[in-house]
Design a protein around this ligand. Sequence first.
Ligand code: SF4
Length: 429
Amino acid sequence: MGRVEKLVCTGCSLLCEDIDVVFDDKGKINNIFSMCNVGFERFKHLSLDNRLKSSAIRGENKFTNISIDDAVERVAEMLKASKKPLLYGWGYCSCEAIKLGLDIARKLKGVFDNQASKGYWYAYAQAEKYESISNVLEKTLDYANHVIFLGFNPAETHPRHASRYSIFPRGVKVEKGVEGRSITVIDSEETKTSRIAHNKFILEAEDELKLIKTISSMLKGEKLTTSISDVSETKLLELVRDFKNSSYISIFYGSSFFENRDYRLKVDTIYQLVEKIREVNVECTALPMPKPYNMLGAIKTTLKETGYPCAVDFSDEEKKHSPEEKSAINMILNGEVDLALIVGSNIFAELSRPARKKFMGIPVIVLDFIESLTVKNSNLYVASAITGLETGGTVYRADEKKISLTPLFKPPENILSDEDFLSKVYKKI
Ligand code: SF4
């Protein structure tokens, strides 16, 4: 019997650091403590049938397995032959792997983009401006007596959010735990989280925005001039009174609220509310909650290396960065890249039909550990180690805590970490 304590789970951006794993005498996992169902799913990938066991290249009709050395050679050759490669993904990688991706893109004058270009880059920029990132989870645990979940359903995506930080635990100033916190959910559908909320607003997307703006106006003391379907004036007045009686309101918001064409407008509306809440002398923060466990690491590493958070075109000196124009999806759709290297992302599933057509017209290389739709539509895929379980590295929790991952197992034979593979490729180009 053996026990590994304080393993970090990479199931979501909470990066829980309290996972204990017990092994039997033969070295097989006997029990796992403190892990939620989403974390277990990640563990299960170690032995799932659709785990990629070897790298492979597409032939006439099927994929043929190749050795890892061969994969390095071929990927380097394909990249060198490309005039403008796109390197995309990175939210599910260590910061060390992300840095290597940036080095390759810079050297080849390609385009580097991460999942944050769909809106999280802006959400984090605004969160930073309003001092809403650093240590917000612990602050919520200790001081938040009102928590708002906006388009964010932690019960499904970040299952231990409620038990570790935002709803149930007792904190320094929230001694009664759940009994000492008001919970508000604003979402477009009933969720497991909304079922336990004191105040819930299940609204169409445009009404969600209207509701937030209305609360901001009411906090300023303005009279209610607009109506929101199914929300009575009394309910709004009660909510505003509840806000004013709070000492710290912690807002968590997810991609389903803001990730679309209007993401700047939606994110701005959240921080206008933060401002209005602060003006009535109530402390308030609003933290975006991405699903990819290292979304913030991808933003921070890209910022550190290039000065921009995402969507960087190393071939364009005049307009190097534009989340709208230089995002992976736009570059593919506009036919501006002639090869795609995708790392830990199932981008194919997110592309529109015209973008898919363009994507399938260029060579695609994928690094992943699981057989996704993108892997199936690639020209060459590289089976990689599972970060956090088979390989380590640096990652950032959603509220900026820097965390070092320590692997629990060795990766299978012929399989490297993203970092090791990209490092070998970098040396060849
Ligand atoms: S909440 Fe997230 S990080 Fe924590 S155990 Fe669950 S999946 Fe893992």
